[in-house]
Structure formats: structure tokens, C-alpha cells
Design a protein around this ligand. Structure first.
Ligand SMILES: C[S@@+](CC[C@H](N)C(=O)[O-])C[C@H]1O[C@@H](n2cnc3c(N)ncnc32)[C@H](O)[C@@H]1O
Length: 642
């Protein structure tokens, strides 16, 4: 037997005794020494969570991207009016591009990443090369650009590869979240333990709100246990001070106002004025002590009931749970009383057994951690029904699950919900339906890689125009929108049932560096000196993409901004987006702007014009810089963006 085989045999023997020495597919030398009792005490590691590739994964979150989003109006629905977005492309690039316009703004992020169940995993992030070239190089797309697989593995280090996929995306997800924002992420037992540690690292364990269990009531496995469930991990950006979810109904809730007397909840006396409502029949009188667990004792006065109310002042002894609120209710100045969770207390009254109850306005809603959203096959059937009975996507999530998340977290018009592992686009359908039911105008952003839709017959592909999963997403949105009822509650005249479609693509202006957002006329003079020779323009056929690239990467706008060609100009566009900037914003990627065009804009000091420096004469540029904010698009070697 050669040395190598002998070593393998010994290792196998040790491993059979100490199975913990193999970590993520490899023998961990520290664990091996530890198992053999040979690890010196001082080298014992403190508890830590790390994997090969972690540093690279962290860098991926901050590495600049040369990618941009190109608009596809012809694949969009209601381009002008809609504020929903469907983005085709790798989500890491999409998140970096969206960052500038949407950081700290997203209320809900729902994610359903690959669960890493497969034994092969071919995902790797290396965007130093352009998107298309990269996808081809790493074997993720065929020569026609179809994504072949999003399954993940790197030479046996299945968990490390998956974690490297997830970390940069979660870092960016957190940055996009609003301070009241929440992340919900679906996962099963393959990675739940790693994902929790990963999220604890990115969000902080103190921001973990819950681990939800979806009771799927069904299992296809034939193992020792029937696995009926999967998880949804829930993290807040900032759990401190996070308010409970607002109730979507405004019915009243009835709660007991006393507890069993104990050391933690000792008995005390409270004096009730006469006239408290009581549900016991007229003529009833409670005396002495009553109630089994939660006992109440009459200390002084009489507890007589007439006309549905108590007749006398009386003092009762019990384990009151809301004494402070009772005091404010019976003896306060009449201002509204709220409980510790912010729900308005409407009344304290006695039930027919003489026990004190509290009626409150249901201000908050506290979901259970074990949830029933139907079975996986019901969710698949739901999607199948939209596609005339054809199964076009294997494992969609139930729309009811996403409607719950959306209705808990997005309560105001304009609230943004993002899903960057969109699959068939369940979040989009959930938002169409929920908006139509409660009239709140939420917005969705879906990102889906250009992965091939596998396992569909040519007939089905042709019938629905599907070649990639993103085609399923798009078609689902259109079909779901057509079935949505007109809003019932808040009378929206024009419910937003469209979407704008964009594609992640290689930037037209690689390596350009927008000047700082607060650039002044003085900066301009320096810029003019620095880049006087760097006259740049873009070919006509790329003008639209270049315009969007400047808007998305050089201004604070997101892809729902509107752009209009200014009358009397040959290529100056006014960009509008509510609440994003003061004054007016104009962008041009034309090679030349003449004085008349510029004059027709009547720019003031609050307005901004973004253009190529070479598009202006020196005189126009200096005049402009003195009267308005002027920003230049320049090619700069090694430029940083995002
Ligand atoms: C489990 S599915 C999501 C299903 C979805 N929740 C639904 O209800 O239909 C995960 C999706 O993420 C997509 N995906 C995987 N890696 C991606 C990436 N890097 N960028 C964008 N999408 C990706 C896959 O193509 C797949 O469609």
C-alpha cells in the first residue's frame, strides 16, 4: 500500500470515530488535532463562523460595477405610468445599480434563493469582466446568452460556494432597506443553520425578529421523518423600537384584565366608581370571593348590577394586569388611553361572571410563527391555473405568503417591496392583488437572472413565448394583472397593473466618473482644466442606454424616473422623480449642445445640467457654471461608481 492510500485509510478510520473533523467536505486540520487531543490549549479558537472565500465575498459587495440597466420599453406594460420594475440579470449587479437611487428606501425584501440542495453548484462571482463575457466564461450561459444553471458548488465546498453567493447580496440588501424595513428569506434545512449565522453577521443577532415555519402539511420524502415544513427567517434593519405590525382590520379585541394571583402578579385593591358596564343579568349581586383561577374579592362597598351597570362604588382585590390604564380610564382627564403596545383601550367592563375585561381597538397584529399557507402543490396549481393548466415553474411560493408579508410591512402608498431571486414573480402578483384589495399603492421590484426555463415542451414554450425563466415572470405578471379585481376599498381610479422592464447589461460608458453631487462652478473650472481633452460622446444607437446609465449611476434617480425630450432641443432630456432633488434636472448625451438649446431651458441656480464637457463651447460652459449646476460625464481610467 502506498503512503497516500495509507494516509487515506488512517484518516477514514479517524473520521469514523470523530465525524466532526470534516467541515464542508474537507478535513479541518484544527478539528483533527482537537479530536486527537493534540491541539495546544492556547490555540483553541473562540467561537467563530467563517468559510474559504469569505473575504472575496465581502469584497464583491463593494467592488465597482461597470454594468448598467438598459430599458426595454417594448417588453414593458404601461411604461409611462407604471412604477413597478422587472429587471433581467444577475442580482448582484442589479443591486449595485439600484443602490444609488434606492438605498435606505425599501420597506420589504423577500428572498427565496436556491436552497443548495443539489450536489453540483457552478456559481461564481467575478465581475471584473463584463456581464455577458463573465456568464459565458463561467459556464453559466450558452453561446446564445441563455443562463444554464443557478445551482451552486465549488469543488466539493458546497456550503462555502453558497455562502459566497449570499453574503454580498445580503450586505447590499441591508443597505437598501429603510430603517423600518424587514427582510424575509425562505430556506430549508440544507442551509438554515448557515443562513442564520450569516444574517446574524450582516444584520446583527439583535435584529432577528423571528424564524417562521411554513407548515406545508405535506412531504414527498420517504425518510425516517416526514419533513412537513420549511422556514422564513425574518430580520429588521433596526429592531430596536420596531413597532408591531399595524392591523389591517379595525375590529375590537377583548382581553382579560386580571391574572391568577401569584408572587409575580400579587393581589392589590382597586376602587371602581359606580356605573361600570356589567354583562351579568339585572339584579345580580357578587359577594365575598368569586372566580376559580383568577379570583376576585369584594373588599368594601357592594357589587350590585342594575340596567347593565354597577350601582355603587366598590373596592375589589385581584391580580390586575392593567392597573395604570384602569386608573387613567376611570379617574383620568378623558384623553385616550393606550396599552403598552400602542392599542387604544376603549372600555373596562365586567363580564357575566364578574370578571374585569378590557375592550381595545385592534391597532396591531401579531402573526404566529407557525404559518399555514397551503401546500407546495397548491402553490404550483395556483400558478398553473394562470397558464391554462400548464406547469411552467416548479416551486413557486404561495401568493398568500407574499400577500401576508406585503400587508404587514408595506402600509403606505409608494412603499417598495423587492425580490431579487424572483423566479416566477409571486411577489409581483401578490402586490397587484393586495393593492387592489386595500387600495394601498405599493411598488414592486423583481430581479431574475436570464436562466433558461428547463423541462418545458417546445409546444408550451411557443404557446407562452417562454425561453427563459424571466419570460415566465413577465407573462405571469401580465396574466395576474388581467385577473385583478378593481379596487374595492379606496377607489383607485387607475390601479398600477403594469411594469417597466430593464436588463442588466454592460455599461455604454465604461469607467466614467460622475462629478460629486455637490459640485460647484469652481469645481467645474478645475474639471475643465483636467478633462479639456477628454471630449466624449456615444454612438447614436447607444444614446438611450447611455442616458439611462447617466441617470441611474450619476443621479439619485431610480428606474421609475420619467424622462422627456425638451422641446426645442436636439437631445436634452428633463428627468423627473418626486422628492429626489431640488430644482430641475436635465441630462444630455449629445456630442454638441448649442447656445440656443441651452438658453431655451432658462436654467437657474437650482437647476442641474449633466452632459459631456466636449458638448459645450468654453464660453457656454463658463456661463452655465455661473448660473446653474453643471455636471460632466467623463471617461476616467479606473473610475469608481456606485
Ligand atoms: C427558488 S427560485 C424563486 C421562486 C420564487 N420565489 C417564486 O415564487 O416563483 C430562485 C430564483 O432565483 C433565480 N436566481 C438564482 N441566482 C440568481 C442571481 N444571481 N440573480 C438573479 N436571479 C437568480 C433563479 O433563476 C430562480 O428563478
Amino acid at each position: 500500500m502506498d503512503t497516500q492510500s495509507k494516509a487515506t485509510e488512517i484518516l477514514n478510520l479517524i473520521e469514523s470515530e470523530f465525524p466532526g473533523i470534516r467541515q464542508d467536505g474537507h478535513i479541518d486540520p484544527f478539528a483533527l488535532l482537537g479530536a486527537l487531543g493534540l491541539r495546544p490549549e492556547e490555540e483553541q479558537q473562540l467561537y467563530s463562523f467563517s468559510w474559504a472565500g469569505q473575504r472575496k465575498a465581502e469584497r464583491l459587495a463593494t467592488d465597482p460595477t461597470s454594468a448598467t440597466l438598459s430599458p426595454i420599453p417594448e417588453r414593458s406594460v404601461d411604461w409611462e405610468a407604471t412604477r413597478h420594475l422587472l429587471i433581467e440579470g444577475d442580482n448582484l449587479q442589479a443591486l449595485k445599480i439600484l443602490y444609488r437611487g434606492l438605498h435606505d428606501q425599501v420597506k420589504l425584501i423577500y428572498l427565496d434563493p436556491p436552497y443548495n440542495t443539489s450536489s453540483t453548484f457552478t456559481y461564481s462571482d467575478d465581475f471584473s469582466v463584463p456581464e455577458a463575457e463573465y456568464l459565458l466564461k463561467t459556464g453559466q450561459v450558452d453561446n446564445s446568452g441563455n443562463l444554464l444553471s443557478s445551482k451552486v458548488d465549488t469543488a466539493g465546498s458546497k456550503h462555502a460556494g453558497w455562502l459566497t453567493l449570499m453574503l454580498p447580496r445580503l450586505i447590499l440588501a441591508r443597505q437598501l432597506l429603510h430603517e423600518d424595513g424587514i427582510l424575509f428569506i425562505s430556506i430549508d434545512d440544507h442551509e438554515v443553520h448557515h443562513l442564520r449565522l450569516l444574517l446574524d453577521g450582516v444584520f446583527g443577532p439583535e435584529n432577528r425578529l423571528a424564524t417562521l415555519i411554513w407548515n406545508k402539511n405535506h412531504s414527498q420524502q420517504q425518510g425516517i421523518f416526514k419533513e412537513y415544513h420549511e422556514y422564513v427567517l425574518v430580520y429588521a434593519k433596526e429592531a430596536h423600537g420596531f413597532k408591531p405590525f399595524a392591523a389591517s382590520t379595525d375590529d375590537d379585541i377583548i382581553a382579560g384584565a386580571l391574572k391568577r394571583i401569584s408572587r409575580a402578579n400579587p393581589a392589590s385593591d382597586f376602587t371602581f366608581p359606580a356605573g361600570v358596564r356589567c354583562e351579568a343579568p339585572d339584579g345580580t349581586e357578587f359577594q365575598g370571593r368569586w372566580g376559580k383561577g383568577e379570583t376576585v374579592e369584594l373588599v368594601s362597598g357592594r357589587f350590585r348590577v342594575m340596567n347593565g351597570h354597577t350601582q355603587d362604588e366598590m373596592t375589589l382585590r385581584a391580580g390586575w394586569t392593567q392597573k395604570e390604564q384602569m386608573t387613567r380610564m376611570f379617574y383620568g382627564d378623558g384623553s385616550p388611553v393606550f396599552d403598552t403596545r400602542g392599542q387604544e383601550v376603549l372600555e373596562f367592563y365586567f363580564n357575566r361572571n364578574g370578571k374585569l375585561k378590557c375592550r381595545k381597538k385592534r391597532g396591531v397584529f401579531t402573526p404566529k410563527t407557525v404559518m399555514e399557507w397551503g401546500t407546495q402543490s397548491q402553490a404550483t396549481d395556483e400558478l398553473r391555473q394562470l397558464f391554462d393548466g400548464e406547469a411552467v415553474f416548479d416551486v413557486p411560493k404561495p401568493t398568500s405568503m407574499l400577500r401576508d408579508f406585503v400587508s404587514w410591512t408595506c402600509r403606505n402608498d409608494g412603499d417598495v417591496a423587492l425580490d431579487f431571486f424572483a423566479g416566477s414573480g409571486t411577489l409581483g402578483q401578490a402586490i397587484y392583488e393586495q393593492n387592489s384589495q386595500d387600495g394601498i399603492q405599493r411598488r414592486f421590484i423583481l430581479v431574475q437572472a436570464p436562466e433558461e426555463a428547463k423541462g418545458l415542451s417546445q409546444e408550451v414554450k411557443a404557446k407562452f413565448g417562454i425561453s427563459k425563466i424571466i419570460d415566465v415572470t413577465r407573462e405571469r405578471l401580465i396574466r395576474a394583472a388581467s385577473r385583478v379585481q378593481t379596487p374595492l376599498q379606496r377607489g383607485q381610479d387607475n390601479p398600477d397593473l403594469g411594469f417597466r422592464m430593464f436588463r442588466v447589461s454592460e455599461g455604454v460608458l465604461p469607467g466614467w466618473l460622475p462629478p460629486p453631487a455637490d459640485a460647484t462652478g469652481h469645481d467645474y473650472v478645475e474639471a475643465a482644466t483636467l478633462f479639456a481633452e477628454a471630449t466624449t460622446s456615444v454612438p447614436e444607437e447607444h444614446a438611450r442606454d447611455a442616458l439611462w446609465e447617466v441617470i441611474l449611476k450619476g443621479t439619485s434617480c431610480d428606474p421609475t424616473a420619467t424622462i422627456d425630450l425638451c422641446a426645442g432641443t436636439n437631445g436634452i432630456y428633463q428627468v423627473r422623480q418626486d422628492g429626489k432633488f431640488e430644482g430641475r434636472l436635465f441630462v444630455s448625451v449629445s456630442p454638441h449642445l448649442d447656445s440656443h438649446e441651452i438658453e431655451s431651458l432658462s436654467l437657474t441656480e437650482h437647476d442641474t445640467l449633466v452632459c459631456f464637457s466636449g458638448a459645450l463651447t468654453d464660453t457656454d460652459a463658463i456661463n452655465l457654471a455661473l448660473n446653474a449646476r453643471l455636471l460632466f460625464i467623463e471617461r476616467v481610467p479606473g473610475a469608481v461608481s456606485v
